[in-house]
Ligand binder design. Structure first.
Ligand code: SAH
Length: 349
């Protein structure tokens, strides 16, 4: 991949020939290229995620799954499914804590990046890989996790102009990419409540996240199981662009270097809950990451780990604070629980 033509050149040629491309297209191609040949995580990378901050994160996710599985009657066989597992760290930590209570599921990873699949194979050699949920087995309940997966899926943006609603496109002009309003009327794609919104109102939707939730909820309704979706996002509908780009732990212009920075958007948990319920699954709630991890006993787990390794006590406390404090990941990050209709209420919701 590394010898491929820079994505920026591909986009410029495309735009020169056919006119502006949709933001959906721009973000989808940029992230596919970004994840294809990089390991973006950690201190030397572009961003750091919860499982990379501390083993406590994956362990508690694993214990949540084990607890609900036991209360559902310990069905066997059962599949652990992780969407976008990154380096495989969360899965490794979760599987270790599940094993302690007798849960040893088959492991399935939904991952698009070959570079990351190789890293995941080192962390969890027994995993099987899938391009999407379609090939995940249908024979048994699913225990599903997705951490910072949905936020990487491309969004469509609609913007209200003097001429009505238009799709937000990306043009190349004066030596840079810039967002512009498309020509085609898009009023039909906007909910009635927003039809007469003031000029410049922006509506962001993520068709990929909606499609994943449709499929996942239908699977949980049919096969049983439970899912935790963890991401930064909002629990009540809002308008405005949430597109951002991260490179070397710094926010950069999302239009400056396509394919070289991680493009993300906040996740609309309100619409995902409606979709889950519409497919016959049970929406257990959407809570803040801080409240969720506290309810699962992260304070006790941190104290325990610190007592066992006193010279690491400060690092452990700092990691815990980073995961749950309001001014860090505690409030912006949300945890959404979805289960099959016959499954019990999960802890923390
Ligand atoms: N869950 C990990 C990684 C989050 S980054 C962590 O918390 O550290 C996003 C992950 O989703 C990466 O593994 C990326 O390769 C994967 N991904 C992004 N878009 C994808 C897509 N369309 N299909 C499959 N995997 C995708």
């Amino acid at each position: 991949m590394s010898q491929a033509e820079p994505l920026s050149a591909v986009f410029q040629r495309l735009i020169a020939n056919y006119g502006p491309i949709s933001l959906l297209h721009y973000m989808g191609e940029s992230n596919a290229r970004y994840y294809a040949d990089k390991d973006p995580f950690g201190a030397d990378g572009d961003f750091i995620t919860a499982p990379e901050i501390s083993q406590m994160f994956g362990e508690l996710v694993g214990l949540w799954l084990a607890d609900i599985w036991v209360r559902a009657g310990s069905p066997q066989p059962v599949h652990y499914v992780e969407m976008g597992p990154g380096r495989g760290t969360l899965a490794r930590d979760a599987l270790r804590s599940m094993k302690r209570v007798g849960l040893e599921p088959q492991v399935h990873f939904v991952e698009g990046s070959q570079a990351l699949r190789a890293l995941q194979a080192e962390a969890v050699p027994q995993a099987q890989w899938h391009h999407d949920l379609g090939s995940v087995p249908t024979d048994a309940p699913l225990l599903v996790v997705g951490n910072e997966f949905l936020d990487a899926l491309p969004v469509r943006q609609l913007v209200k102009t003097a001429k009505g609603w238009r799709e937000r496109m990306v043009d190349w002009a004066e030596d840079r990419f810039r967002p512009v309003a498309g020509e085609k009327p898009m009023d039909a794609a906007v909910p009635d409540a927003l039809k007469d919104a003031p000029e410049s109102t922006l509506l962001e939707t993520c068709p990929g996240a909606a499609a994943v939730m449709h499929e996942l909820a239908a699977r949980l309704a049919a096969q049983g199981g439970a899912a935790l979706l963890i991401d930064y996002g909002y629990a009540a509908r809002q308008t405005g662009s949430t597109l951002q780009a991260l490179r070397a732990h710094t926010r950069v212009d999302p239009f400056a270097m396509p394919g070289e920075a991680d493009l993300t958007c906040l996740v609309d948990f309100a619409i995902l809950a409606e979709i889950a319920a519409g497919e016959g699954a049970t929406w257990q709630g959407t809570v803040t990451q801080g409240a969720f991890l506290r309810a699962l006993g992260i304070e006790m787990r941190a104290a325990h780990l610190a007592a066992a390794a006193p010279h690491h006590a400060e690092t452990i406390q700092r990691a815990k604070d980073r995961l749950i404090n309001d001014d860090q990941m505690g409030t912006l990050f949300k945890v959404m629980g979805v289960t099959g209709p016959q499954w019990p209420q999960g802890a923390g919701f």
